[in-house]
Design a protein around this ligand. Sequence first.
Ligand code: AMP
Length: 213
Amino acid sequence: MKVVLLGPPGAGKGTQAGRLADSLGVTNAASGDLLREHQRKGTELGKLARPYMERGVLVPDDVTIPMVTDWISAPEQSKGFVLDGFPRNIAQAEAFDAELADKGGIDHVLCINVSEEELLRRLSGRWLCRNCQSAYHEEFSPPQKAEECDRCGGKLYQRDDDRPEAVKTRIEVYLNETEPLIGYYSDASILRKIDGEAPIDEVARALMAAVRI
Ligand code: AMP
Protein backbone atom coordinates (compact mmCIF):
# COMPACT_ATOMS: atom_id res chain seq x y z
CA MET A 1 0.00 0.00 0.00
CA LYS A 2 1.60 3.25 -1.15
CA VAL A 3 -0.17 6.39 0.00
CA VAL A 4 0.64 10.08 -0.45
CA LEU A 5 -0.89 12.77 1.77
CA LEU A 6 -1.37 16.11 0.09
CA GLY A 7 -2.52 19.36 1.67
CA PRO A 8 -1.32 22.79 2.79
CA PRO A 9 1.05 23.34 5.73
CA GLY A 10 -0.92 22.95 8.95
CA ALA A 11 -3.58 20.64 7.44
CA GLY A 12 -2.61 17.87 9.88
CA LYS A 13 -0.68 15.67 7.44
CA GLY A 14 2.02 14.78 9.98
CA THR A 15 -0.47 13.75 12.68
CA GLN A 16 -2.58 11.75 10.25
CA ALA A 17 0.34 10.11 8.38
CA GLY A 18 1.53 8.41 11.59
CA ARG A 19 -1.95 7.16 12.49
CA LEU A 20 -2.74 5.95 8.98
CA ALA A 21 0.61 4.15 8.67
CA ASP A 22 0.04 2.40 12.02
CA SER A 23 -3.44 1.28 10.93
CA LEU A 24 -2.09 -0.03 7.61
CA GLY A 25 1.01 -1.65 9.13
CA VAL A 26 3.40 0.33 6.95
CA THR A 27 6.05 2.98 7.63
CA ASN A 28 5.66 6.72 7.19
CA ALA A 29 7.90 9.71 6.57
CA ALA A 30 7.63 13.40 5.86
CA SER A 31 10.07 14.95 3.41
CA GLY A 32 10.28 17.99 5.74
CA ASP A 33 11.33 15.70 8.64
CA LEU A 34 13.97 14.00 6.44
CA LEU A 35 15.35 17.46 5.56
CA ARG A 36 15.30 18.64 9.20
CA GLU A 37 17.14 15.44 10.20
CA HIS A 38 19.88 16.28 7.67
CA GLN A 39 20.10 19.77 9.18
CA ARG A 40 20.43 18.38 12.72
CA LYS A 41 23.20 16.07 11.59
CA GLY A 42 24.91 18.92 9.72
CA THR A 43 25.16 17.00 6.40
CA GLU A 44 25.93 18.79 3.11
CA LEU A 45 22.32 18.19 2.05
CA GLY A 46 21.09 19.76 5.30
CA LYS A 47 23.33 22.82 4.84
CA LEU A 48 22.13 23.25 1.26
CA ALA A 49 18.46 22.97 2.26
CA ARG A 50 18.56 25.35 5.25
CA PRO A 51 18.21 28.76 3.49
CA TYR A 52 15.28 27.52 1.37
CA MET A 53 13.49 26.05 4.39
CA GLU A 54 14.02 29.18 6.49
CA ARG A 55 12.29 31.23 3.78
CA GLY A 56 9.51 28.67 3.31
CA VAL A 57 10.27 28.01 -0.37
CA LEU A 58 10.88 24.61 -1.97
CA VAL A 59 14.30 23.00 -1.72
CA PRO A 60 15.57 22.21 -5.29
CA ASP A 61 14.22 19.03 -6.88
CA ASP A 62 17.71 17.61 -7.47
CA VAL A 63 18.06 17.44 -3.67
CA THR A 64 14.57 16.28 -2.64
CA ILE A 65 13.91 13.69 -5.38
CA PRO A 66 16.99 11.49 -4.68
CA MET A 67 16.49 11.91 -0.92
CA VAL A 68 12.92 10.57 -1.09
CA THR A 69 13.58 7.87 -3.70
CA ASP A 70 16.40 6.57 -1.46
CA TRP A 71 13.96 6.42 1.45
CA ILE A 72 11.26 4.51 -0.48
CA SER A 73 13.85 2.03 -1.83
CA ALA A 74 14.98 0.98 1.67
CA PRO A 75 13.88 -2.53 2.76
CA GLU A 76 11.76 -1.09 5.65
CA GLN A 77 9.42 0.37 3.04
CA SER A 78 8.97 -2.90 1.10
CA LYS A 79 5.39 -3.39 2.44
CA GLY A 80 4.44 0.15 1.45
CA PHE A 81 4.42 3.59 3.05
CA VAL A 82 2.53 6.76 3.85
CA LEU A 83 4.43 9.76 2.57
CA ASP A 84 3.69 13.34 3.60
CA GLY A 85 5.10 16.46 1.96
CA PHE A 86 6.32 14.81 -1.24
CA PRO A 87 5.67 15.26 -4.13
CA ARG A 88 5.33 19.01 -3.85
CA ASN A 89 5.31 20.00 -7.55
CA ILE A 90 4.65 18.41 -10.96
CA ALA A 91 8.35 17.63 -11.64
CA GLN A 92 8.57 15.68 -8.35
CA ALA A 93 5.31 13.85 -9.14
CA GLU A 94 6.61 12.80 -12.58
CA ALA A 95 9.93 11.62 -11.13
CA PHE A 96 8.04 9.71 -8.42
CA ASP A 97 5.77 8.01 -10.98
CA ALA A 98 8.83 6.95 -12.98
CA GLU A 99 10.49 5.58 -9.83
CA LEU A 100 7.38 3.60 -8.81
CA ALA A 101 6.46 2.42 -12.33
CA ASP A 102 7.76 -1.12 -11.77
CA LYS A 103 6.36 -1.27 -8.20
CA GLY A 104 2.71 -0.76 -9.17
CA GLY A 105 2.63 3.05 -8.75
CA ILE A 106 0.92 5.08 -6.02
CA ASP A 107 -2.32 3.49 -4.74
CA HIS A 108 -3.97 6.56 -3.17
CA VAL A 109 -3.39 10.30 -2.96
CA LEU A 110 -5.43 11.81 -0.13
CA CYS A 111 -5.76 15.58 -0.08
CA ILE A 112 -6.59 17.09 3.33
CA ASN A 113 -8.44 20.39 2.89
CA VAL A 114 -8.36 23.19 5.47
CA SER A 115 -9.28 26.88 5.01
CA GLU A 116 -6.48 29.46 5.02
CA GLU A 117 -7.86 31.15 8.15
CA GLU A 118 -7.76 27.86 10.08
CA LEU A 119 -4.20 27.09 8.81
CA LEU A 120 -2.93 30.40 10.18
CA ARG A 121 -4.56 29.70 13.56
CA ARG A 122 -3.07 26.23 13.72
CA LEU A 123 0.48 27.13 12.68
CA SER A 124 0.87 30.02 15.10
CA GLY A 125 1.02 28.28 18.45
CA ARG A 126 2.13 24.89 17.09
CA TRP A 127 4.67 22.92 19.15
CA LEU A 128 6.36 19.71 17.94
CA CYS A 129 8.22 16.93 19.70
CA ARG A 130 11.90 16.80 18.72
CA ASN A 131 11.91 13.05 19.31
CA CYS A 132 8.65 11.63 17.86
CA GLN A 133 7.32 14.66 15.88
CA SER A 134 3.94 14.63 17.71
CA ALA A 135 2.17 17.96 17.28
CA TYR A 136 0.57 20.11 20.00
CA HIS A 137 -1.10 23.51 20.01
CA GLU A 138 -0.76 25.92 22.91
CA GLU A 139 -4.48 26.73 22.75
CA PHE A 140 -6.30 23.76 21.14
CA SER A 141 -4.26 20.72 22.28
CA PRO A 142 -1.67 21.74 24.89
CA PRO A 143 0.70 19.12 26.33
CA GLN A 144 0.09 18.10 29.96
CA LYS A 145 3.51 19.49 31.00
CA ALA A 146 4.81 22.65 29.33
CA GLU A 147 7.31 21.93 26.52
CA GLU A 148 7.25 18.15 27.14
CA CYS A 149 5.73 15.49 24.86
CA ASP A 150 2.85 13.51 26.47
CA ARG A 151 3.69 10.45 24.38
CA CYS A 152 7.46 10.07 24.76
CA GLY A 153 8.60 12.80 27.17
CA GLY A 154 10.67 14.44 24.39
CA LYS A 155 11.34 18.17 24.35
CA LEU A 156 8.85 20.31 22.41
CA TYR A 157 9.99 23.09 20.07
CA GLN A 158 8.50 25.63 17.66
CA ARG A 159 9.61 25.49 14.02
CA ASP A 160 11.45 28.56 12.69
CA ASP A 161 9.30 28.49 9.57
CA ASP A 162 6.08 28.74 11.61
CA ARG A 163 6.86 32.50 11.88
CA PRO A 164 4.08 34.57 10.21
CA GLU A 165 6.21 35.71 7.17
CA ALA A 166 7.42 32.18 6.43
CA VAL A 167 3.89 30.76 6.90
CA LYS A 168 2.55 33.23 4.33
CA THR A 169 5.23 32.17 1.84
CA ARG A 170 4.60 28.45 2.51
CA ILE A 171 0.87 28.85 1.81
CA GLU A 172 1.62 30.79 -1.42
CA VAL A 173 4.10 28.10 -2.51
CA TYR A 174 1.45 25.46 -1.82
CA LEU A 175 -1.15 27.27 -3.92
CA ASN A 176 1.22 27.94 -6.84
CA GLU A 177 3.35 24.80 -6.96
CA THR A 178 1.63 22.00 -5.04
CA GLU A 179 -2.08 22.55 -5.69
CA PRO A 180 -1.66 21.71 -9.42
CA LEU A 181 -1.03 18.14 -8.22
CA ILE A 182 -4.75 17.87 -7.42
CA GLY A 183 -5.49 17.97 -11.17
CA TYR A 184 -2.54 15.69 -11.93
CA TYR A 185 -3.74 12.95 -9.56
CA SER A 186 -7.45 13.46 -10.37
CA ASP A 187 -6.55 12.68 -13.98
CA ALA A 188 -4.91 9.47 -12.75
CA SER A 189 -8.14 8.67 -10.77
CA ILE A 190 -6.28 8.08 -7.49
CA LEU A 191 -7.17 11.32 -5.68
CA ARG A 192 -9.67 11.66 -2.81
CA LYS A 193 -10.42 14.88 -0.92
CA ILE A 194 -10.87 14.78 2.86
CA ASP A 195 -12.29 17.50 5.13
CA GLY A 196 -9.36 18.41 7.41
CA GLU A 197 -11.42 20.68 9.69
CA ALA A 198 -13.31 17.77 11.27
CA PRO A 199 -12.04 16.44 14.64
CA ILE A 200 -8.74 14.49 14.43
CA ASP A 201 -10.39 11.06 14.95
CA GLU A 202 -12.98 11.76 12.28
CA VAL A 203 -10.29 12.80 9.77
CA ALA A 204 -8.39 9.60 10.63
CA ARG A 205 -11.52 7.51 9.98
CA ALA A 206 -12.18 9.28 6.67
CA LEU A 207 -8.60 8.66 5.51
CA MET A 208 -8.81 4.99 6.46
CA ALA A 209 -12.15 4.65 4.66
CA ALA A 210 -10.66 6.28 1.56
CA VAL A 211 -7.82 3.75 1.28
CA ARG A 212 -10.22 0.82 1.74
CA ILE A 213 -12.15 1.75 -1.41
P1 AMP B 1 7.14 20.67 5.79
O1 AMP B 1 7.71 20.09 7.03
O2 AMP B 1 6.49 19.67 4.89
O3 AMP B 1 6.24 21.87 6.07
O4 AMP B 1 8.39 21.24 4.97
C1 AMP B 1 9.22 22.23 5.51
C2 AMP B 1 10.10 22.81 4.41
O5 AMP B 1 10.93 21.76 3.87
C3 AMP B 1 9.33 23.35 3.20
O6 AMP B 1 8.91 24.68 3.40
C4 AMP B 1 10.40 23.24 2.11
O7 AMP B 1 11.37 24.27 2.25
C5 AMP B 1 11.09 21.93 2.47
N1 AMP B 1 10.47 20.76 1.80
C6 AMP B 1 9.80 19.73 2.38
N2 AMP B 1 9.39 18.85 1.46
C7 AMP B 1 9.80 19.33 0.26
C8 AMP B 1 9.67 18.87 -1.07
N3 AMP B 1 9.00 17.74 -1.38
N4 AMP B 1 10.23 19.62 -2.06
C9 AMP B 1 10.90 20.75 -1.77
N5 AMP B 1 11.04 21.26 -0.54
C10 AMP B 1 10.51 20.54 0.49
